[in-house]
Design a protein around this ligand. Structure first.
Ligand code: PLP
Length: 491
C-alpha cells in the first residue's frame, strides 16, 4: 500500500527556506520597481512557453519560481510601477501583498457561516457607512470590481421598482417599460449592466455632458419627462463620481434631488472617485454622494488595495436582501453553531463561494490609516495639476480637457492639424514601448488624446517630468516624418 499522500510539503524546513526566498524576491522587486521598465513587449518564445501540455509529473517549486522571476514578473502590465498612468488602476502595496498571503493561508470561503471573516467584512461596511454617512441599515458586499457592483445596483433598482415577483416572472411587460439614465461620460459597464440585467442597452438613455463633462441636468430632466409622456417608466439614474476619460464628477447633489422628486433609484458609479471622500480637499466635490441609494466603488484603484476588491454599498440593506436572498434558505438558518449569523454574504449577491477580500482591505486601511490614504489621493490630484501647468507652459503641448481630479488629457500639438491624431497615436505606443512612462489613449470630442490617469501612490513629480520630456522628445522625432504646419502652409 502507498503511504497516504497530501499536498503539504514533505520537508517543511526546506519549504520554509523556499518560501522565504520567494517573499524576499517579491519585496526586492517592489523596492526596485523604479529601476525597471513600466512595460515591455513579451518575446514570442516566452509566450510559447505557456502553450505546453498538461504536466502529469511534479516540477520542483524552486524551478517554477525561477520561471516566474524570468518569464512572468518582467512582463506584467506595470500598474505597480510609478510611471504607469494608463487607464485608472491602483498600484497595490507591500502591506496588501502580505495580507493576500495571509488570506491565501486561511483559505477562507466567505460566502457565509459563523466565522470571523464575516466580522472583518462587517467592519469594512461599518467604516464605509461612516465615510459616506450611510445609515446603520445599509448593507455592503465585496465583489470583483465596480463592473459587477454596478450590475448588482441595476438589479436592486429593478427589484425595488418591479417587486420581488420579478425574480420569478422575469422583467416582463412592465420591465420593458423601464428606463435608466446616465451621462455620455459614464463607463461602458453601465450599459453592459443594462444588457446583462435583461433590459437591453437601448433602455439606457445617454444624456449629453455640459462644458465640465457633467451630466446635463436640463437634458436629463427633459429626457425623463419625455419618457413619462410616452408611457415609459424612469427607474434609475446613474451618476458618475470620477469619469474614466476626464475625471468629471456629476452634480451628485442635484441628481439626488431630482431622483427623489421623481421617485427614481439614484446610483453612483464611484469606481475610483468615491474614495476621494478620504481626502479633505476632494470630499467637497462629491457632495450629494451621501444621498445615493447605492454606491459602487473599488478599493483596488485609489484605495491601493491589491486586485481585486470592488464594493457595492446599499443604503437600505433590506432591498439588497430582497434582490438576492432565497428566503427559504436564510430564514431557516440556525442561531447557534457554524450556521449562525444569517444573513450571509451569499444572500446579498450572486456569489456563493467567495474569497476573503475584506482582509487585505482591512490591513490596508488600518495599517496606513484613512488620513494617509486620503493624502495619497490628494497628491495624485496635485500631480495632475502640476502636469496641467507644465502642459500650459509648453507651446508644443496642448491640454484637451479640464483637469478636475487626477486625469489629464493632452497631446503633442506641433504638427499640421490633419496629422495630429495619427502622430499622437504613434507617440503613445512609443511612450509605452520606451518603458519610461505609460499613459493610455482616449478620444476627446473626436480627437485622439494622450491620457495620464494618476492613481498610483508611487508616482511623483519626477514621473510627470519624464512624461512631459519623453512626449516632447518623441513628438519632435515623429514630427520629422510629417509635413509641418509651415510646410503645409507653404504648399
Ligand atoms: C474602473 C471603472 C469601472 C470598472 O471597474 P472595474 O473594477 O474595472 O470593474 C467602472 N466605472 C468607472 C468610472 C471606472 O473608473
Amino acid at each position: 500500500m502507498h503511504p497516504e499522500e497530501t499536498l503539504d510539503p514533505s520537508d517543511w524546513p526546506a519549504f520554509r527556506l523556499q518560501a522565504h526566498a520567494m517573499l524576499d524576491d517579491m519585496l526586492e522587486h517592489t523596492a526596485q520597481l523604479r529601476q525597471r521598465p513600466v512595460w515591455q513587449p513579451i518575446p514570442q518564445a516566452l509566450r510559447d512557453g505557456f502553450r505546453q501540455h498538461l504536466p502529469r509529473q511534479a516540477t520542483d517549486l524552486a524551478v517554477l519560481h525561477q520561471r516566474f522571476l524570468q518569464e512572468v514578473l518582467p512582463y506584467s502590465v506595470g500598474n505597480a510601477h510609478p510611471g504607469f498612468m494608463g487607464w485608472v488602476q491602483g498600484g497595490g502595496t507591500a502591506v496588501g501583498m502580505l495580507a493576500e498571503m495571509l488570506t491565501a493561508g486561511l483559505n477562507a470561503n466567505v460566502g457565509g457561516r459563523d466565522q470571523i471573516a464575516l466580522e472583518v467584512e462587517h467592519q469594512i461596511l461599518h467604516w464605509m457607512c461612516e465615510l459616506f454617512s450611510f445609515p446603520d441599515t445599509a448593507s455592503g458586499l465585496f465583489v470583483t470590481g465596480t463592473s459587477i457592483a454596478n450590475l448588482i445596483a441595476v438589479l436592486i433598482a429593478r427589484t425595488a421598482r418591479l417587486g420581488g415577483q420579478v425574480r420569478h416572472d422575469g422583467i416582463g411587460h412592465n420591465g420593458h417599460l423601464l428606463r435608466a439614465y446616465t451621462s455620455a461620460g459614464a463607463h461602458g459597464c453601465i450599459s453592459q449592466a443594462m444588457d446583462l440585467a435583461g433590459f437591453g442597452t437601448a433602455a439606457l438613455r445617454i444624456i449629453p455632458v455640459n462644458a465640465r463633462y457633467q451630466m446635463d441636468l436640463a437634458q436629463l430632466t427633459q429626457a425623463i419627462q419625455a419618457d413619462r409622456a410616452a408611457g415609459l417608466q424612469p427607474f434609475l439614474i446613474v451618476g458618475s463620481a470620477g469619469t474614466v476619460d476626464v475625471g468629471a464628477i456629476d452634480d451628485l447633489d442635484a441628481l439626488a434631488t431630482l431622483a427623489r422628486e421623481q421617485d427614481i433609484w439614484f446610483h453612483v458609479d464611484g469606481a475610483y472617485g468615491a474614495l476621494g471622500m478620504l481626502a479633505s480637499d476632494i470630499a467637497p466635490k462629491l457632495r450629494g454622494i451621501e444621498r445615493a441609494d447605492s454606491i459602487a466603488f473599488d478599493f483596488h484603484k485609489w484605495g491601493q488595495v491589491p486586485y481585486d476588491a470592488g464594493y457595492i454599498l446599499v443604503r437600505e440593506g433590506a432591498q439588497q436582501l430582497a434582490t438576492f436572498a432565497a428566503p427559504a434558505n436564510y430564514l431557516r438558518r440556525e442561531n447557534r453553531g457554524m450556521s449562525a449569523g444569517s444573513p450571509w454574504p451569499c444572500d446579498l449577491g450572486p456569489d456563493l463561494s467567495r474569497g476573503f477580500r475584506a482582509l487585505k482591505t482591512w490591513f490596508t486601511i488600518a495599517s496606513y490609516g484613512a488620513d494617509k490614504l486620503g493624502r495619497m489621493i490628494s497628491h495624485s490630484c496635485e500631480l495632475a495639476h502640476y502636469l496641467k501647468q507644465r502642459i500650459e507652459r509648453t507651446a508644443q503641448l496642448q491640454l484637451l480637457a479640464p483637469v478636475n481630479l487626477n486625469i489629464v488629457c493632452f497631446r503633442y500639438a506641433d504638427v499640421a492639424a490633419e496629422y495630429l491624431d495619427e502622430l499622437n497615436a504613434e507617440l503613445l505606443i512609443r511612450l509605452q514601448v520606451s518603458g519610461l512612462v505609460a499613459p493610455s489613449g482616449t478620444s476627446i470630442a473626436g480627437q485622439f488624446a494622450l491620457r495620464a490617469a494618476i492613481v498610483n501612490h508611487r508616482t511623483t513629480r519626477r514621473d510627470i517630468d519624464t512624461l512631459c520630456d519623453a512626449t516632447l522628445h518623441l513628438g519632435h522625432q515623429l514630427r520629422a516624418h510629417y509635413p509641418t504646419i509651415k510646410l503645409a502652409r507653404a504648399a
